[in-house]
Write a protein that binds this ligand. Sequence first.
Ligand SMILES: [Ca+2]
Ligand SMILES: [Ca+2]
Ligand SMILES: [Ca+2]
Ligand SMILES: [Ca+2]
Length: 470
Amino acid sequence: MTKKSCLLLFILILSLNLKAQYISEIIEYKPAPGQFINTPYGNQAAAQSITGTTTGIVSLGAFGGYIIFKFQNPVENNIDNPYGIDFVIFGNPASELSAEPGIVSVMKDENANGLPDDIWYELAGSDYFFSSAVHNYEITYTNPGQSSAADVPWTDNVGESGYIFANDYHTQTYYPLPENFPNINQVNYTLSGTKITANIDYSDAANIHSYQRVFGYADNRLRGDVNSQLPDNPYTNETENMGGDSFDISWAVDENGNYVYLNEIDFIKVTCGVNANLGWLGELSTEISGAVDILPDNSVTGAEEIIVIKDLPQTIYTGNQYPLEAFLFNKGQLQTAADILFSCDLPGTSVDENNILTATQTGNLTVTATLVSNPNISTSINVTVSEPGYIENGSPNIFVPYPNPALNFFGIKNVNNVNIEISDSFGNIFKKIKGYSENEQIDISTLTSGIYFVKISDKNTVCIKKIIKN
Ligand SMILES: [Ca+2]
Ligand SMILES: [Ca+2]
Ligand SMILES: [Ca+2]
Ligand SMILES: [Ca+2]
């Protein structure tokens, strides 16, 4: 071989290697029930639509639904990639307020047989280490056995149950049909994975919001510049470059939550990571439009350290205690030794040595978590502090709990066949009632005195009312 042809061959190999890869093959698509399942967004053709592109669309259904795909070549965990990011997954969030977080796991074909029969490692995103994450969550969906849309009952392994509600917009059956999913049991089936808590704001029933997670989830961040070859920096809030959701193989953790180094991976699994009902919008369900791998470019630099704060309720109340949690990540890896200090800007508000927040005055509160060793690294969240009152703003006023305050029993007016959930302001649920109709007496005699929230939901509405127990 001449020197010249050798050089040409080298350039050819280089240019082949430098071509970013799209998904080349769908290995498995097993959705949970959902409003898009058995439609053109939720069948095998939908799953195929995300290969070779970033503009397909497939719905994973409710919690636990998943898709497994691969690229033609392994995806390298290359330290020279921008921000360390190895691949990007695109979803379809319409705005910063419509995140439907999917959890991403990766597998290396360690036994080199071409099959995904090795070990899945979850990529630990920003919410993985919060006390609210449930790491071995399992949910079982039961086929309601109807030929058109019907509520799909579920039970989980933490003693809860509910429905994927049928809505008026999608009239087909939501449980995966045998002609589309021959491998899904037609009586019931169980899906599992890590469950994170979405931050959903139900206060305006016409505009229910699901806020973005900070990093490490699919169907979470907005798409950016279609012509960019560079990924979004997941450690900044702005959408940079191609946008979408950036992933670093170095976020991989084992079943105990310890980081595991993988030099490359062969298979990627995306699982809907939230179990939530968005009222008339239906269940929260992750959608995927495609994925692309990222090429090395060590000229790109940006922020690498970020503090993530666990969400508080949008409204907190004077006199209550709110535990705060915040973590420092460096290139997306948890820094357990970091010393983080909380501060508050509202008079009468304080955080004690156990990071418990209390407020004595109403107003708008900014809680800031600052890295003690470098005060330039900080993150803030904003909440409203209110006096405990009677009726939540923004909820349909016709659903009225009475008497309020109540001692041992209360009822709710103007409701028929709804689900009721009674929780405190931390989201701890004390009571669930299915098929409640107006004026039935709800027993709260065993609850301690204080403020509780009554979540009233049916297939069209979710609203939250406040009640005081004397
Ligand atoms: Ca990487
Ligand atoms: Ca979506
Ligand atoms: Ca294998
Ligand atoms: Ca960014």
